[in-house]
Design a protein around this ligand. Sequence first.
Ligand SMILES: O=C(O)CCC(=O)C(=O)O
Ligand SMILES: [Fe+2]
Length: 194
Amino acid sequence: PESFRDVLQEYASRTKKIRDLVLRSIAELLEIDEDYFVNQISNKASGFARFNYYPPCPRPDLVLGLRPHSDGGLLTILFNDDNVGGLQIQRDGRWYNVPTKPHTLLINLADCLEIMNNGIFRSPFHRVVTNVEKDRLSLAVFYAVDAETMLEPAPGLLDDKRPSRYRKMLAKDFVAGLFEHFRQGKRFIDTLKI
Ligand SMILES: O=C(O)CCC(=O)C(=O)O
Ligand SMILES: [Fe+2]
C-alpha cells in the first residue's frame, strides 16, 4: 500500500500553500503589507494534523463530539466528512450548523490571527455535536506561529482611533493557558481583551 507518511506530507505541503495564500489575502483586505502575517511564521513554527473520529452516539442530547472552543493557532485547515454534519459555530449566543460540502476545505481563522489583526476578523467559537446513526471523520491541520513569537496586533492596523484590543503575550504563554480554559469551556483569548 501507499505510504501514509508520504500522503500526509504531500497533504501538508499543499495545505501550507493554501495557508500562505489565505494569510496574504487577509493582509491585502486589511490593507497592510501582503507578507505581514506570513512573515510572522518562522521555520520553527509548528503545524500538526489531528484526525478526529466521532462514533455514533446513542445520546446526542447529552454528549458532545468536541466541546466548545476556538482554535489556538493562526489558521486551521479542516477536511470534513462529505456526508455527516456535526460542526457548529456560535454567533450571538446561538449555534449554527456548518453545512457539509464534498471536496471542500474549511479554513478556520484561529486565535493568534485574531490578535494579530486586532479583532477585525474573529476566531469563531465552535463545537461538534454527535448523532445516533453515523460515525464521522475529520482531519484538522493546525498552523501556528513559533513559541517565541510575540502575539500583538499588526502595527499597521493601529492608530489613535484604533488602539490595540488585546494585551501582548508570547505565543508559548498563550498556548500554555489554552487547555485549562478549554477544559472549563472558556476562551483564553477573552482574558487578553482590553
Ligand atoms: O471535527 C470537526 O469538524 C472540527 C474539529 C475541530 O474543531 C478541531 O479539531 O479543533
Ligand atoms: Fe477546532
